[in-house]
Design a protein around this ligand. Structure first.
Ligand SMILES: NC(=O)c1ccc[n+]([C@@H]2O[C@H](COP(=O)([O-])OP(=O)(O)OC[C@H]3O[C@@H](n4cnc5c(N)ncnc54)[C@H](OP(=O)(O)O)[C@@H]3O)[C@@H](O)[C@H]2O)c1
Length: 286
């Protein structure tokens, strides 16, 4: 039986999106039409579906979303031209390139072509640099969502022992930077473990807050968790439509608080995308 307090992402996302909607309304009141552009390359059904969901949510929040759909045969130059088209359009404030893109294209090079201030994913190298330096800028969405989730549930982070399993560019690495920043919702003692640390469980077992960011289904088992710890499941792998989280279901028996296997970090990630988008529109028009 589980005694763990559940930490769903839904209410956190709702609060963030309510703030976004208010800020969109304030922009419109001064004649600004906030615009989040999207680029899709190829005809992957899942990616097309994700873009449709984001566009629908953007419309509900009051954004316009100009869209470029490039064929699967698009060249790197075609992709860069589409990005530059949006960069140079003063009516566009935020830009999202749906990932993954076809294998013959270089995502990093495409990202580097984007105006960093329009980067709603917060993954542009300049924005990663800003994060590392503690400078303001768009934050990577999944790490920012996890920081917001911990703050929403009033889980103290400052001064606590936080261990992150995984140092990937999307999650573990930027989250380690974020949670070690000197600010009230962070300011933690952060340790990052990975395949280079064979005895990583020695670290996770002492964590007051354990964040799974490996993308290895079931890698976190009860014996890897300190009883009563806060466990955040960020890493997931998809097998078809089936979502396989890093954190095994049985961890609920030992954790003090835990994100649910479905509806945990995902909704906060999407909400942060729109927070970055409204901030981009505010910056561009202030
Ligand atoms: N929920 C969401 O909204 C959301 C959003 C974005 C990403 N994600 C998920 O977050 C996860 C991480 O994404 P990412 O792009 O940052 O990761 P990534 O680049 O795939 O990196 C995974 C990390 O986990 C470590 N790792 C893998 N297997 C391990 C093992 N057996 N023992 C110890 N460490 C291990 C790797 O170590 P090495 O560095 O040594 O290889 C690496 O640092 C993925 O599952 C992704 O799907 C979720």
């Amino acid at each position: 039986m589980s005694n763990a307090r559940m930490l769903p992402g839904g209410p956190v996302a709702e609060q963030i999106l309510a703030d976004v909607a208010e800020r969109v309304a304030a922009l419109k009141a001064r004649g600004v039409e906030p615009a989040l552009a999207t680029i899709l390359v190829g005809d992957d059904d899942a990616s097309a579906g994700y873009i449709r969901i984001k566009q629908k949510q953007a419309a509900e929040l009051g954004f316009v979303s100009p869209h470029a759909h490039l064929p699967a045969t698009a060249t790197q130059e075609d992709l860069h031209a589409a990005i530059k088209g949006f960069n140079d359009d003063p009516k566009v404030h935020g830009l999202l390139i749906q990932y993954p893109i076809p294998g013959h294209l270089d995502y990093e090079a495409a990202l580097a072509t984007m105006d960093p201030d329009m980067d709603v994913d917060g993954m542009h190298p300049l924005n990663m640099g800003r994060l590392a330096l503690g400078m303001p800028g768009p934050l990577p969405c999944t790490p920012a969502g996890i920081e917001a989730l911990l703050a929403f549930y009033e889980i103290p982070v400052a001064g606590r022992d936080v261990v992150i399993l995984g140092r990937g560019a999307t999650l573990g690495r930027p989250l380690s930077l974020l949670l070690s920043l000197k600010r009230p919702t962070a300011n933690a003692a952060v340790t990052v473990v990975h395949t280079g640390v064979p005895d990583w469980a020695d670290y996770t077992r002492r964590a007051e807050i354990l964040i799974a960011a490996a993308g290895v289904p079931g890698i976190i088992q009860p014996e890897h968790v300190k009883p009563g710890a806060v466990v955040v499941g960020g890493g997931v792998r998809y097998e078809g439509r089936r979502l396989l989280p890093d954190v095994d279901e049985s961890v609920e028996k030992v954790a003090g608080a835990i994100t649910p296997r479905v509806g945990g970090v995902g909704p906060t990630t999407v909400a942060m995308l729109f927070r970055n988008a409204v901030a981009a529109a505010e910056r561009a028009t202030s």
